[in-house]
Design a protein around this ligand. Structure first.
Ligand code: NAD
Length: 491
């Protein structure tokens, strides 16, 4: 086993956190977390919980609920402020465990830790701003006032691709609003999750307020089905998300979904090609293409096509693929051999369907999780131009007109992010209003967002879910109540 550096946290490596106690109970057995860059050097062992473990964690959250709510926002935000300090102080060790388990570069992992600190700080500060509204009434002395109450016991289920930041996007606003949390992280990144739970525990969170349960998807299934869980915030694949939505809404719970994407980037003839090429290559191949916002379709308008393809090909061919711990690496391995098999299958299918390969990265290390970034040119008949392939693969499509470009960009079941490269203000205005995506970038990559602005998608990317991040995060984690208040005696 690779030796992890000693964590500053009091969390042991590989344990659930239930009711304030670290537990290595393993009713589902023990599993090993792998390092995709070095498969012969596993990162560490962790216990697998089951439905009983999930139920125990929900029980601990229910027990902690009243006191956490009564503690008030001042107490809660001070804990988040301490967590922010710890995320900053532990950024390097969090980055290392994230890179060991997920494979992304240390710089990408460190960015997640630092933005987690910023998220905690921002959400803590936001708790001190009023979200109440006052309305007049026709009755003398009476006012109508809306208050925000916590949603209740919250289940949080997260993917492996942003194993630090996505959980913190959800956990920080949930906690500060007064909700106790049960968190089920992805099975590929369990030890990163333990390190994060350790940050919150060490920040002084009372027992039972944040509970962590490690295990397979069925543990998440048990959490979702538990009647005591008032709401579930989920980020992951479309199929799993829809199943969760059906179970939670059937029992009148609240659900928030962040699912897949098939994000277009339109490059117009007047685009700055230096800017566009950098953004497209970063957006399509960065984090090994394992971002929900990754650029999956590059739409070249008119005569920009040939030069754009030539320049993208040069940039993709020259990418440096390698171990995320090597500072020279731009693109790490895929998260697992299974994930790579799916990407290879999609690439083979694209070629069989007639996609033309214009670039394949030249230098790629041996190993079951390494995949050469690949760029195709093709048409809308290719499966790869409709279905999300979670890896470093993208396709350039050619259209003649602006109308065709917008129609093609919107011709997808997804609506997470989209970008345009142009200097024309009318085209920009049209993009902002007509592109059906929750996140629209003008002269920027489809990837990346700021933690204080709303984040989320349309169509099958998020359904009708409340937005995450920013002050909009509280829409999901609180309930609005309307109080009519008048004096109890006449003057
Ligand atoms: P996944 O759906 O396989 O797993 C996500 C989480 O759900 C994991 O913790 C998993 O253990 C759990 N899970 C699996 N089956 C479950 C069940 N039946 N009930 C409850 N929980 C269950 O997704 P993944 O492979 O970890 O992540 C990749 C996917 O996530 C991609 O489709 C990507 O687009 C999407 N994603 C979306 C966003 C966004 O913001 N829209 C962000 C990141 C990733």
């Amino acid at each position: 086993m690779a030796t992890l550096p000693r964590m500053t946290t009091t969390a042991p490596i590989g344990a659930h956190l239930i009711g304030g106690d670290w537990s290595t109970d393993a009713p589902g057995g023990t599993a090993v977390s792998d390092n995709p860059a070095r498969p012969d050097e596993p990162v560490g062992e962790y216990p697998l919980g089951d439905a009983g473990t999930a139920a125990q964690a929900v029980g601990a959250a229910v027990e902690a609920q009243a006191a956490w709510r009564a503690a008030g926002f001042g107490f809660r935000s001070r804990i988040l402020e301490r967590a922010a300090v710890l995320f900053d102080e532990r950024a390097d060790e969090l980055a290392l465990v994230c890179t060991l388990e997920e494979g992304k570069t240390l710089a990408e992992s460190r960015g997640e830790a630092v933005l987690s600190a910023e998220t905690c700080r921002y959400q803590a500060g936001l708790a001190k701003t009023s979200t109440e509204r006052i309305f007049p009434t026709g009755n003398p002395g009476e006012t109508i006032r809306t208050v925000r109450a916590p949603l209740g016991v919250v289940g949080i289920i997260t993917p492996w691709n942003f194993p630090i930041l996505i959980p913190v996007w959800k956990i920080a606003p949930a906690l500060v609003a007064g909700n106790p949390v049960i968190w089920k992280p992805a099975s590929n990144t369990p030890l990163t999750a333990v390190a994060i739970a350790g940050v919150f525990a060490d920040a002084g969170l009372p027992a039972g307020v944040l509970n962590l349960v490690l295990g397979p998807g069925s543990v998440g299934g048990a959490l979702v089905a538990d009647e005591r869980v008032d709401g579930v915030s989920f980020t992951g694949s479309v199929g799993v998300g829809r199943g969760i939505r059906d179970v939670v809404t059937a029992r009148n719970g609240r659900v928030q979904l962040e699912l897949g994407g098939h994000n277009p980037c339109i490059v117009f003839p007047d685009a700055d090609l230096d800017m566009a090429v950098t953004a497209v290559v970063g957006g399509a191949m960065g984090a090994t293409g394992q971002k929900c916002t990754a650029t999956r379709r590059i739409i070249a308008v008119g005569d920009v096509h040939d030069e754009l393809v030539d320049r993208l090909a040069v940039a993709v061919t020259a990418l440096k693929v390698g171990d995320g711990q090597d500072p020279a690496t731009a693109i790490g391995p895929l998260v697992s051999a299974g994930a790579r098999a799916e990407v290879v299958e999609a690439i083979d299918q694209a070629r069989a369907e007639g996609a033309v390969t214009v670039a394949v990265t030249e230098e790629v290390p041996d190993g079951p999780c390494y995949q050469a970034p690949t760029l195709f040119v093709g048409g809308t008949d290719l499966t790869i131009t409709r279905e999300e392939v979670f890896g470093p693969v993208s396709t350039v499509l050619h259209v003649d007109t602006e109308d065709e470009a917008f129609a093609l960009a919107n011709d997808t079941e997804f609506g997470l992010s989209a970008s345009v490269f142009t200097n024309d203000m009318w085209t920009i205005d049209r993009a902002v209003h007509e592109l059906r995506a929750g996140l629209i970038k003008v002269n920027g990559p489809t990837t990346g967002s700021e933690i204080h602005a709303p984040f989320g998608g349309e169509k099958n990317s998020s359904g009708h879910s409340a937005r995450e991040q920013g002050d909009t995060a509280q829409e999901f984690f609180t309930r609005t109540r309307t109080a009519y208040i008048k004096p109890g005696r006449l003057p």
